[in-house]
Design a binder for this molecule. Structure first.
Ligand SMILES: [Zn+2]
Length: 512
């Protein structure tokens, strides 16, 4: 059930009064006074109550106070109005309701029957418990008492208005197409960030209509699906783990940056290049020290970390990593074992790192470390930060090789990725020492060669073209060398310096 109309009104009032108080306490009270003295213009009747929702004050002192109407405790759809005044004097009222309301608020068609009527149209596959509330539909000259029923699932989120006496469907609308809203979030790892959210009945959902409805749901420490995060004021999280919405904001921000990265750099719209967003599931399990992509749910799952070694597994490079598993699954579909598995993991580290460079967030300055922000005790910018992986020197994790040998396919895929990670680093940045995010990146080549690299912009385009055009599900290291050389030739010419540099960088990690 929705909170009843009165509680909904009270919440609105608290918000609106809060806003008004910040600037000038007077406009709302003054406008309420004018509503009483101009009741006829406002089409007010005795059971009406008005709840301020917005205040606009012009430079010349004109005030425009927007009110929602509550009739006998019920929300009145179409009963809203704007009271205009200047220097306390009535200037007029804007509204569409044509007559004062006079009607019974006792339904003869019950809530359950209204839900059945809505379900007949929506289909039986709705999620959760249907929400219903009595309202007044005052948009016509014959206002009616109605049930407002909301039904939703992953595909749709609909509101239905059903006549509370005759059971007639009065109206229906989607709660999704309406309103991309601009929210802000206090994230855990990326500071204060902007989030595009969805304006829905009673607040905002962490769902981004501008990015294919990418959304974040609350795992609530269970292992099943949860609800999309909802918030009343569109300000999410508090920058610490004490607020569950904080980590949700990191996931949603990471998904937005990854979406933008693929769209703007690679002209790919969404993981599946079909404009549809995926969803994030956060707070998965208890103390879960990992994150993963699942192709079957087309979703990312993030654990909270055990708090001893790892904090929530939600930094930007990790969200980019997980979504890039999705891109691999929908393109080369590199099998997750042997050398192809190592390339699959490397693809995610490479693209996750390029997302980090793309976002260039001041609280997460880009580098070629993977996941350094999630380690308990790491200090940002310090040279000795621990990380899950080190692309410029994979062997720094004491498990991943820098140089290829024919047994590499026997390693765990998170280690056999090392050779490709170092290849990419060398292709992009070359062999001389560089500092990123306070950390000295000094690569070592397997053959002692030195060279300059082609830069990140070209390196990422070469890799992406190889992944999407040439890699197949069982591509191994030799195939990856050939594929990336082909990609560089396509992009920059058959005899280009870029194509030669790809070969040079592979040779430097002993893939010949
Ligand atoms: Zn992975």
């Amino acid at each position: 059930m929705h909170p009843n109309a009165t509680r909904y009104a009270a919440a609105l009032l608290a918000m609106a009064v809060g806003n008004a108080l910040a600037a000038d306490p007077a406009p709302t009270g003054r406008a309420l006074g004018l509503l009483r003295s101009h009741a006829q213009a406002a089409r007010a009747s005795a059971p009406d109550r008005f709840v301020a929702r917005d205040v606009i004050v012009d430079k010349d002192g004109s005030q425009h106070v927007r009110f929602d109407r509550i009739y006998a405790g019920l929300k009145v759809i179409g009963g809203d109005l704007v009271m205009h005044s200047r220097h306390g004097r009535y200037q007029g009222v804007s509204l569409t309701q044509s007559e004062p309301l006079v009607l019974s608020v006792r339904p003869t068609f019950n809530s359950r029957a209204a839900i059945v009527a809505a379900g007949a149209e929506f289909g039986p596959d709705f999620s959760g418990t249907p929400e219903s509330a009595l309202v007044i539909d005052a948009r016509t000259s014959a206002p009616s008492l109605a049930w407002q029923v909301r039904l939703h699932n992953e595909r749709a989120d609909m509101t239905y208005l059903i006549d509370a006496h005759h059971g007639r469907m009065l109206d229906r609308w989607s709660n999704r197409e309406t309103a991309a809203a601009n929210g802000t979030a206090h994230s855990l790892y990326s500071g204060d960030v902007a989030l595009v959210t969805d304006s829905v009945f009673g607040g905002f959902e962490m769902r981004d209509p501008s990015r294919g409805n990418s959304r974040t749901i609350d795992g609530s420490n269970s292992r099943t699906s949860g609800r999309v995060y909802k918030d009343a004021d569109n300000v999410w999280g508090n920058g610490t783990v004490s607020d569950p919405a904080t980590g949700a904001a990191d996931a949603q921000y990471g998904a937005a940056m990854t979406w933008d990265y693929y769209k703007n750099i690679h002209h790919r719209t969404g993981i599946n290049n079909d404009g549809k967003g995926a969803y994030n599931r956060v707070h998965y399990g208890f103390g879960y020290n990992n994150a993963y992509w699942s192709d079957s749910c087309f979703c990312m799952t993030y654990g909270d970390g055990d708090g001893t070694h790892l904090m929530p597994i939600l930094s930007l490079d990790i969200t980019g990593h997980e979504m890039s598993h999705g891109v691999s699954a929908r393109t080369a579909n590199l099998i997750y074992s042997g050398e192809s598995g190592g390339l699959n993991e490397a693809n995610s580290d490479i693209m996750g790192t390029m997302v980090e460079f793309y976002a260039n967030n001041p609280k997460d300055t880009p580098d070629y470390l993977i996941g350094e922000q999630v380690f308990v005790g790491n200090i940002a910018g310090s040279a000795s930060q621990r990380a899950l992986r080190y692309m410029f020197n994979p062997s720094a994790d004491h498990a991943s090789p820098n140089c290829y040998d024919s047994n590499i396919g026997k390693l765990d895929v998170h280690y056999s990725s090392g050779v490709a990670n170092l290849f990419f680093y060398l292709l992009a940045e070359g062999t001389s020492a560089k500092t990123f995010s306070g950390v000295n990146h000094k690569p070592i080549t397997c053959n002692g060669s030195t060279f300059a690299g082609v830069g990140r912009d070209k390196a990422q385009k070469i890799w992406y073209r190889a992944l999407t055009v040439y890699f197949t599900s069982s591509t191994g290291y030799a195939g990856a060398r050939a594929a990336t050389i082909s990609a560089a030739r396509d992009l920059y010419g058959a005899t280009s310096a870029e194509a030669k540099m790809v070969a040079t960088a592979w040779s430097a990690v002993r893939v010949n």
